[in-house]
Design a protein around this ligand. Structure first.
Ligand code: ZN
Length: 358
């Protein structure tokens, strides 16, 4: 494809992406599209203009823009990206062109917009069931240290989440509720045959002794790399049908877990883990901390810390469900539908309370 045709094509995709916005919003100006190494980029100044964002006091060393209730912070050549101080890992680094900063069109479409304006909510409907998937089990212990054994932490945390969700009127399906082994395919199969559900896989991490913190994974969008596979993959996976829901669910759970525990924020990251690829339901994989870290390893095997984490995961799930269309008790968003970050309570950040314009 020639450059001009490709740019027209991307511009067209953007018009489709923003087809739902009002005429006034369309009239805010045109999108300037760049091609850098085969990746389509747009100017961040166009993004700021689109959301009516202005310069903000943000993270040190970062460029920050936002509105009264949300702030986005970026850095040139970096993939970390903050919305209201919660960390995301972009699929492609922020680029620079003279004075202009550029963000990939895929990140704009698959991360920024669904987080700021969850328009997918019209499609997602009521969530009646939560499938909780405690990772590993049986002969597969997962990560093991002298402080904790992953398969046990995964199960006890998941059972605590289950109890809380049931008190809130959800039906909960456990992929395992005892110390047994299931294949990854069996776990996905349970979710795929359960209607009106979301899928939350619960794991704990292992790494260098100093490594610590919480991270949440969602499926990498079509046409991107992921930290575990540096080549771009163009296959459209079943899980990609829920890209918008995935990132909103991750935002809801991750931000609350970070806020309630004060753990290091390792970010919402992309991956092509087996359970995320073939699933036909909104899905995330939550990593609740490092068994290999002496301090964190002790914490994640303690009942008090597990209670705190379970509470925040449950809160995140409830919040996600309220945003996408209610939960089984008929709870509805109090005013209008809200964004998963700014202005909503979905990231649990009281500094940014208020109602967003949707
Ligand atoms: Zn694991």
């Amino acid at each position: 494809m020639s450059n001009i045709i490709r740019q027209l094509f991307v511009l067209l995709s953007f018009l489709v992406l923003f087809a739902g916005v009002t005429q006034a919003e369309n009239n805010r100006g045109r999108w300037h599209v760049y091609d850098i190494g085969g990746v389509q980029y747009v100017k961040l100044s166009d993004v700021w203009r689109f959301y009516r964002f202005s310069p903000r006091q943000g993270r040190e060393g970062y460029v920050s823009y936002g509105s009264a209730n949300r702030t986005i912070s970026v850095r040139p050549e970096r993939q970390d990206f903050y919305v209201n101080n919660f960390r995301y890992i972009l699929s492609f680094p922020i680029r620079r062109d003279g004075d202009e900063l550029l963000i990939s069109a895929i990140d704009m479409k698959k991360l920024v917009d669904p987080v700021l304006r969850p328009r997918f909510s019209q499609r997602a409907g009521v969530v009646r069931t939560v499938v909780l998937d405690p990772g590993h089990g049986g002969h597969d212990a997962g990560a093991v240290s002298e402080w904790a054994r992953e398969k046990d932490c995964n199960l006890s945390l998941a059972l605590k989440v289950k109890a809380r969700l049931e008190r809130h009127g959800f039906r909960v399906v456990m992929t395992r509720s005892t110390d047994v082994f299931l294949t990854l395919g069996e776990r996905v199969e349970i979710a795929n045959r359960t209607p009106d559900c979301i899928f939350v896989s619960i794991h704990h991490n292992s790494g260098r002794r100093a490594a610590e913190g919480i991270e949440t994974f969602t499926l990498a969008p079509q046409g991107t790399t992921s930290p575990f596979a540096r080549t771009r993959r163009n296959a459209d996976l079943d899980g990609n049908d829920q890209d918008s829901e995935n990132i909103a669910l991750a935002t809801a759970i991750h931000s609350r877990a970070i806020r309630s525990t004060g753990a290091t924020d390792r970010g919402i990251q992309r991956a092509r883990f087996s359970v995320l690829c073939t699933i036909k339901r909104p899905a995330v994989l939550f990593e609740g901390g490092f068994v290999s870290n002496p301090t964190e390893g002790r914490k994640i095997s303690s009942r008090a810390y597990q209670n705190k984490l379970a509470e925040s995961i449950c809160d995140g799930i409830i919040n996600y469900c309220q945003i996408v269309g209610g939960h089984p008790n008929g709870l509805r968003p109090r005013t209008q539908r809200r964004s998963p970050v700014g202005g909503s309570s979905i990231n649990g950040n009281s500094t940014y309370r208020g109602t967003t314009r949707l």
